[in-house]
Design a protein around this ligand. Structure first.
Ligand SMILES: [Fe+2]
Ligand SMILES: [Fe+2]
Length: 166
């Protein structure tokens, strides 16, 4: 197992755990009409700082960049027209969730409630499918086809990237 892929797969586990708790918060909102806005804001913060900045941007700057440079059209298709589009879609949902929370705070009506649930649950669904594809298709493709010295170089860069968070 290469270090960079091990780090990324461990981050998926954290993200999927987080998604489970966000779904429970949505369920509470649906069943009991109860929402803790601060908890939802913490979720927005986690998505932006951990799932996006620490995880998606590390994929983009290290592994995916390298795959596009070294592995030709197939990698380009899977990364540029698959994974990067889904990263942007995830950003769209978190920005829309943030906006919906602001609106609900000033006007807690059903319409604004629906927007919170739509974007929170769309984010959850997207991330579950996205992480699954990366774990089972994209990362194995990179690990199998990138030259060993390139994987070694990525391991070092990933450790450096992580150093910011220690
Ligand atoms: Fe990704
Ligand atoms: Fe990922």
């Amino acid at each position: 197992m290469s270090k960079v892929i091990e780090i990324l797969m461990n981050e998926h586990k954290e993200i999927i755990k987080f998604v489970g708790s966000l779904r429970l918060m949505c369920l509470e909102f649906i069943n009991n009409n109860k929402i803790d806005i601060e908890e939802f804001r913490k979720s927005v913060h986690f998505i932006r700082t951990y799932a996006d900045e620490r995880h998606h941007q590390k994929e983009e700057q290290l592994l995916f960049k390298s795959m596009v440079e070294h592995l030709g059209v197939r990698a380009e298709n899977i990364v540029k027209y698959g994974m990067l589009i889904e990263h942007d879609l995830a950003r769209y949902h978190v920005n829309s969730l943030d906006e919906a929370l602001n609106k609900y705070e000033t006007n807690p009506n059903d319409d604004n409630k629906l927007d919170i649930l739509t974007h929170a649950l769309s984010y959850c669904d997207l991330l579950i499918r996205h992480a699954y594809k990366e774990d089972n298709v994209v990362y194995p493709f990179g690990r199998k086809n990138l030259p060993q010295e390139e994987l070694d170089r990525l391991d070092i860069l990933a450790e450096e990237y992580e150093a910011k968070y220690k």
